[in-house]
Structures are given as structure tokens and as C-alpha cells.
Design a protein. Structure first.
Length: 68
């Protein structure tokens, strides 16, 4: 099923706002991480950054190898 670009954009914006609101509510309610448990969002962001970094390093190696 095709979704019009306008609807898709509105959906993205709505999702973004809902996520922002949920995060704010969580922070305001004082739902702290229990000791020893990591914040899943933070972990995911770190993992993504690591993946990108590894990819960049691999690309650099490949370019260096092709140069001779």
C-alpha cells in the first residue's frame, strides 16, 4: 500500500513528538535505571556509532590497500 509523502512525513513527525514526550515523562517521573542496568537507548546509540566507526576504518584500509 502506498502512503502519500505528506502522510508519511506527518507520521514521522508524530512519532518523533511521541518519543520526545515519552522520554520527558520518563525523566520527570524519576524512573532511574537500576544499578547495573544500562539505558537501552544509550547502548543502541553507542553500538551504532561503533558500527559506523568500524565501517569507516574498513573503507580506509580498503582504499590504502588499493593504492599499493
Amino acid at each position: 500500500m502506498l502512503v502519500s509523502p505528506i502522510k508519511a512525513e506527518a507520521g514521522k513527525r508524530l512519532r518523533f513528538l511521541l518519543n520526545a514526550a515519552a522520554t520527558t515523562i520518563r525523566r520527570c517521573c524519576g524512573v532511574k535505571n537500576q544499578k547495573g542496568k544500562k539505558d537501552a537507548g544509550k547502548t543502541a546509540v553507542k553500538r551504532e556509532a561503533q558500527r559506523r566507526s568500524r565501517f569507516r576504518i574498513a573503507m580506509r584500509r580498503q582504499q590504502n590497500d588499493s593504492k599499493g
